[in-house]
Ligand binder design. Structure first.
Ligand code: GRG
Ligand code: ZN
Length: 332
């Protein structure tokens, strides 16, 4: 007898509608209290948290409680005047993950002019290695995530010409496995989060032809479990964030319809916290801004009509991507 796969059961009393007002409240309250223990423990996520929360609010047509000028000012304060990179919060070292989040926030508010753009371009350029890969910061960790974040940052600034793009593509191709999935480095196990980075990178540089799309789409749709939720690799539990990593990859590959949207929606809705708002990874757990943006963005890809259309490559509102004149490759 085949071994049963890991899964959860969706509780019958779990939410079945989108709790819009609760989510606005949750995001605007999150991390407001600077004396809070959690606030102090999450400073390394400050700018990412801002990108997750602000994008989530934008997608549900709500306003942040913080004034936009303060937000822009904060990103500005996180830019390191020497390297040009942006850090997670003031006083930290710059990193490509936070540089991208800073640029995404500024691009969303049409304010990239507020920082030293040439400094950011110089920083991204400094991270590229001779084999085409990118390190995350000056300390040298290499990961496919950093190739994706570097290229997305430059694409939002219209400065893809600043790096050796051919070498960058060559390296990403080396991270592709026999199953058409991507791992964090060459020879690393395929993982849905890294597949999003690989597919997203190739969508940004218009080279999705490198992927055998149906083989990869098959691997991706096999991540759907009987509960409707998606997991990140075989034999793992479902988690709301994979609704984004898997679904957005399928959307870029033109195979979104290969998952069962109705049962996935039921799973995502069941991951809302009915009391304080926000989304959790699995029903009954504690909500956070990371799972909240990816829950809402996945519902947008599923065609939820009260959520703004999200772009599957940038995870930003489609209206922003169009205003910037960006055209990532999306297969039909
Ligand atoms: C969203 C535009 C945009 C950019 C982000 C940093 C990045 C670019 C993407 C990260 C993709 C990634 C690696 C996501 C996976 C996150 C996650 C849930 C990791 C845990 O992995 P496992 O396999 O955990 O250890 P599970 O719980 O699935 O077993
Ligand atoms: Zn998760």
């Amino acid at each position: 007898m085949a071994k049963l796969m890991k899964d959860i059961e969706v509780p019958s009393d779990a939410p079945k509608e989108i709790l819009f007002e609760k989510h606005v409240q949750f995001i605007n309250e999150y991390g407001k209290d600077e004396d809070n223990f959690e606030y102090g423990m999450t400073d390394y996520l400050r700018l990412s948290g801002m990108y997750w929360g602000l994008t989530a609010l934008e997608l549900i047509n709500a306003q942040p409680s913080q004034c936009k000028d303060n937000i822009i000012d904060y990103v500005k304060k996180c830019q390191d005047t020497n390297s040009g990179g942006i850090s997670a919060c003031t006083g930290h070292d710059p990193h490509i993950l936070h540089t991208l989040c800073g640029i995404q926030i500024l691009a969303m508010y049409d304010r990239v002019d507020a920082i030293d753009v040439e400094g950011v371009v110089k920083y991204v350029k400094s991270l590229q290695q001779p084999d085409g890969s990118f390190s995350g910061d000056k300390w040298g960790e290499i990961d496919l995530r950093f190739s994706f974040c570097s290229v997305m940052t430059l694409s939002l600034l219209n400065r893809l010409d600043a790096i050796d793009l051919e070498k960058a593509i060559e390296y990403v191709e080396k991270c592709k496995n026999f199953d058409e999935g991507f791992g964090s480095r060459p020879q690393s196990e395929s993982h849905a989060g890294l597949i999003f980075c690989g597919v997203g990178f190739l969508s940004l540089v218009n080279r999705l032809d490198i992927i055998n799309r149906d083989s990869l789409a098959w691997w991706l749709c096999e991540r759907q479990l009987p509960s409707g939720g998606l997991c990140g690799r075989p034999e793992k539990l479902p988690d709301v964030c994979y609704s984004w990593w898997v679904l957005s990859s399928l959307a870029m590959l033109g195979r979104l319809h290969w998952v069962d949207g109705d049962s996935l929606k039921t799973f995502i809705l069941a991951c809302q916290d009915a009391e304080i708002g926000g989304f959790t990874d699995r029903p009954g757990n504690v909500p956070d801004p990371f799972h909240t943006i990816f829950g809402l963005a996945a519902l947008s890809l599923l065609g939820e009509k009260h959520i703004q259309q999200v772009n599957p490559t940038y995870c930003m509102p489609q209206s922003v991507i169009e205003r910037l004149g960006l055209k990532p490759q999306i297969l039909t």
